[in-house]
Design a protein around this ligand. Structure first.
Ligand code: BGC
Length: 271
């Protein structure tokens, strides 16, 4: 992401779940370039998390890596306690950790189902609850932001597009949407803003098979009216906006960043 604007989120403290790769890493960079201190949460690939901390520090930002499995209550509570002890509080939570365990429905195991629900949905619950408790305790700090806190839930176009072969994943993202809206409704009066981002096909490790060969990419592009695969920086820019006071009146909404994937591209000629 090229837009460096350290004044935008100056002094704010962010936690990005699953920040060691893909969209999460780009989001962490984007927040850091906007002046926030960033916790790089990871559960695998510690070297990648430490490398990102180093990169952010070298470019003048502040970051720290914290290991925690977002689906584990004790891990999550320890992580937030460590962040709050070190930096005093939290202003921005990005619920980005997410996985796929794909299988044809008839073959899907309970463990594939549970693993996806645990990371994609339980993880968002546990992290949001910890962040919201701190936002509510601390309240608005006008020098930092108009809001007491901002939560950004990484969803997917599959919160609305059904996805054969990925029933667990689509169900988890449908859950993320209703989770996000319900928490937003409940906490708005405490000046806590909760929003979602629904990325389309973004070039990251999670969907490598969908873009790594020219044939795969050509077939993927048929689903994207804007005719390019997304870049993690596209998502980072949306997160920075939702975390900033520029979106102060926005809560309970999902921002689709998908090159038009949700526009039913099949109907351009059909119907
Ligand atoms: C999935 C990707 C997929 C994209 C569009 C994302 O949420 O994680 O694997 O390419 O949706 O279908």
């Amino acid at each position: 992401m090229s837009d460096r604007n350290p004044g935008r989120l100056a002094g704010q403290r962010a936690l990005v779940a699953g920040a060691n790769s893909g969209i999460g890493a780009a989001v962490a960079r984007g927040l850091a370039m906007s002046g926030a201190k960033v916790v790089i949460n990871y559960v695998v690939d510690e070297p990648a998390a430490l490398k990102l901390v180093n990169e952010i520090e070298k470019s003048g930002g502040q970051a720290m890596a914290i290991h925690a499995d977002v689906s584990n209550e004790a891990d999550v509570q320890t992580m937030f306690a460590q962040m709050i002890e070190t930096w005093g509080s939290i202003d921005i939570l990005v619920n980005n950790a997410g996985i796929q365990r794909d299988a044809p429905f008839l073959d899907m195991t309970l463990s594939q189902w549970n693993k996806v629900m645990d990371v994609n949905l339980v993880g968002q619950f546990l992290c949001t609850r910890e962040a919201a408790r701190e936002f509510a305790r601390r309240g608005v700090v006008p020098e930092l932001s108009c809001a007491a806190g901002k939560v950004i839930c990484m969803s997917s176009v599959h919160e609305v597009i059904p996805w054969a072969g990925h029933v667990n994943y689509a169900a988890s993202k449908g859950g993320v949407m209703m989770f996000m809206q319900s928490v937003a409704q409940e906490l708005a009066h405490q000046k806590i803003r909760v929003n979602g981002i629904a990325p389309g096909a973004i070039r990251t490790p999670i969907n490598r098979s969908a873009w790594e060969t020219p044939e795969a990419e050509a077939s993927l592009l048929k689903l994207i009216p804007y005719e390019r695969v997304g870049d993690p920086a596209d998502i980072a820019k949306a997160v920075v906006w939702l975390a900033s006071d520029e979106s102060d009146y926005v809560t309970g909404t999902t921002l689709f960043v998908d090159g038009g994937m949700t526009l039913y591209p099949g109907f351009r000629e059909g119907g």
